[in-house]
Design a protein around this ligand. Structure first.
Ligand code: KIV
Length: 602
């Protein structure tokens, strides 16, 4: 989102303009007396890897781009990852875990680009996120991780090895002594490369033997770890149990006061947010979370839930804990992650679900009209969302760009320049056919127009015939990477199948359609149809899974929104193909070349 990129050359320090290299500017900001302002009422303390000057400040470590991307179907392109990293920086997250660099060449490059671009964009008040890369406890992983993140002003390497007996016996096939040795040596190795900010995670800490855990943690502190992250890898712990784990580690690990304790809670029992907060209350000062709670299996603790709980209840119930997150950017972050990952949140999801601020029953509506505090513990504006019924803006075919922009801002979406123009023209086309566009319609159009992968193939026209009398046929005209128009027609079991086959015959990249889903955004015959598809290419796009080490075949999602269900379906398919083809890897470059040789140019 070009409109919000921060210019690191415009750093101001109160009334002083700080000049010099980014490093000098950072130092100037860091050693300025006092503290750096953040959007919340409280302020963000200066960053030191192993120490936080304010005991109540809690660091937010976002792992949407690493653990989040491990969710099935959530593959994101490098450009999408960069967009998300920029949004995380707008949110003010302290640490961005940008990926697992050894997983594939593309993962490495995505982390390096984020380190270079987002990891050097210092804001006026001296904030710049730490950029972190994950590594297993081996030299190639750690070297790759360091190589990718070292371009950031504040680079961090995160190494992990399992410590539970079940993992040692069946997965690692190693003794406890061997694991301690590896952990100690690999943390020391990361430090020896020049990395001054090293995080260590004993994987499956939630099921590890306590005494062994204290031993490993004590050894990695001696070896130079600056943050100790305690993962409940399989989401097994209960809040009181996880809180006790953190306080036991605090009381029993030698030299623990020299490092930051962190939490990483998976959501297998739906307790990730509760466990994370219990960990913070017990002394953890870094919390690992993801936007919308996406992640392995049932996901992770969600950033919006953890941050808003601390904001709403931190003072009264959690001893004054607070974060540096600018919560007004939550809505936009949530929408962006939904679109790019293809993982839509349920309507009743806390904070960011479509119903999170909706009041349907008469009694609740009556209470809301009398006093909002009767049924709301926070206001939608806190997360960058305005109440549509209060805005007074109803969009129709006569509405202008300004009205559209104001409506988008109320929906937590900030667009300018070309992006706004694109959405505006799309909106105009739909408004010609539909009298009033609801907030949901507008959101669907924005997602379809803006949160799309790089355009390689674009849809110009589609025409289908179908019915009970004969075969379904589809004719499709696409504009290709060479700028030429390509037309094909095909026969299928229905109009969507026929159109997809026509597209396949143009693009000529073998794919399997794994999922297809269509739903209407609003009620009524003139509703916008939203389609989501997931595809997998053949024999391409593999990566190494961070925790299991297995080779995984990436899947790619795409979405489309239109009033016509066939057009919506075709847009979704083209979007998924673009995402796959744009995914930078040796194999995708090959497919692109061969697809340029197709026949049927017009
Ligand atoms: O769940 C887990 O244990 C992890 C670690 C690598 C932190 O993701």
């Amino acid at each position: 989102m070009a409109s919000l990129v921060i210019n690191p050359n415009c750093i101001r320090n109160g009334s002083y303009r700080v000049v010099g290299t980014p490093n000098q500017k950072l130092l100037a900001a860091a050693f300025r007396p006092g503290i750096v302002r953040c959007s919340a009422a409280q302020s963000r303390p200066v960053y030191y890897p192993s120490h936080i000057p304010d005991p109540n400040y809690v660091r937010i470590f976002d792992t949407t781009l690493r653990d989040g991307e491990q969710s099935p179907g959530a593959t994101m392109t490098s450009k999408e990852k960069l967009d998300i990293a920029r949004q995380l920086s707008r949110l003010g997250v302290d640490i961005i875990e940008a990926g697992f660099p050894i997983a594939s060449k593309d993962d490495f490059e995505a982390v390096r680009t984020i380190a270079r671009e987002v990891g050097n964009a210092v804001t006026d008040d001296g904030y710049v996120p730490v950029i972190c890369g994950l590594a297993r406890c081996n030299r190639p992983d750690i070297e790759a991780s360091w190589d990718a993140v070292r371009h950031a002003l504040r680079p961090r390497v995160h190494v992990f090895i399992a410590t539970s007996d079940i993992h040692l016996k069946y997965k690692l096939k190693k003794t406890r002594e061997e694991v301690v040795d590896i952990a100690r040596n690999m943390v020391a190795f990361a430090r020896s490369l020049g990395c001054e900010d090293v995080e260590f995670s004993p994987e499956d800490a939630g099921r590890s033997d306590r005494e062994f855990l204290y031993l490993v943690l004590g050894e990695v502190i001696k070896a130079g770890a600056t943050t100790l992250n305690i993962p409940d890898t399989v989401g097994y712990n209960l809040p009181n149990e996880f809180g006790k784990l953190i306080s036991d580690i605090k009381s029993n690990t030698p030299a623990i006061d020299n490092v930051i304790i962190s939490t990483h809670c998976q959501n297998d029992l739906g307790l990730a947010t509760a466990n994370t907060l219990a960990g913070a209350y017990a002394g953890a000062r870094q919390l690992e979370v993801t936007i919308n709670g996406i992640g392995e299996r049932a996901g992770n603790a969600s950033l919006e839930e953890v941050v808003m709980t601390l904001r709403c209840r931190g003072k009264e119930q959690l001893g004054g804990l607070y974060t540096g997150i600018n919560t007004k950017h939550i809505t936009m972050a949530s929408k962006m992650v939904m679109q790019y990952s293809g993982l839509t949140v349920q309507p009743h999801k806390a904070i960011v679900g479509a119903n999170a601020f909706a009041h349907e029953s008469g009694i609740h509506q009556d209470g809301m009209l009398k006093h909002k505090g009767t049924y709301e513990i926070m206001s939608p504006e806190d997360i960058g969302l305005s109440r549509s019924d209060e805005s007074g803006i109803v969009l129709g075919k006569l509405s202008g760009r300004h009205a559209l922009r104001s409506k988008l801002i109320q929906l937590g979406i900030e667009l300018d320049g070309k992006e706004l123009d694109d959405v505006f023209w799309r909106f105009k086309t739909v408004a010609e056919k539909k009298k009033h566009l609801s907030d949901e319609d507008i959101e669907a159009l924005v997602s379809d127009e803006i949160f799309q992968p790089q355009t390689i193939w674009s849809l110009e026209n589609v025409q289908v015939t179908c019915g009970t009398l004969g075969l379904s046929t589809g004719t499709v005209k696409l504009v290709g990477p060479d700028g030429a128009r390509h037309v094909a027609c095909a026969v299928g079991t229905g109009p969507v199948d026929a159109a997809y086959k026509a597209i396949d015959s143009i693009v000529q990249v073998p794919v399997t359609l794994l999922e297809y889903g269509l739903n209407s955004v609003t009620e009524g015959i003139d509703a916008i149809a939203h389609t989501r598809v997931v595809i997998r290419g053949e024999n391409s796009h593999t990566a190494t899974h961070a925790l299991t080490g297995e080779t995984i075949h990436r899947t790619f999602s795409g979405s489309g929104a239109e009033m016509d269900v066939v057009v919506s379906s075709v847009r979704a398919y083209v979007s998924a193909l673009n995402k796959m083809l744009g995914f930078k890897s040796a194999s995708s470059k090959k497919t692109l070349n061969s697809s340029q040789e197709i026949v049927g140019k017009v």
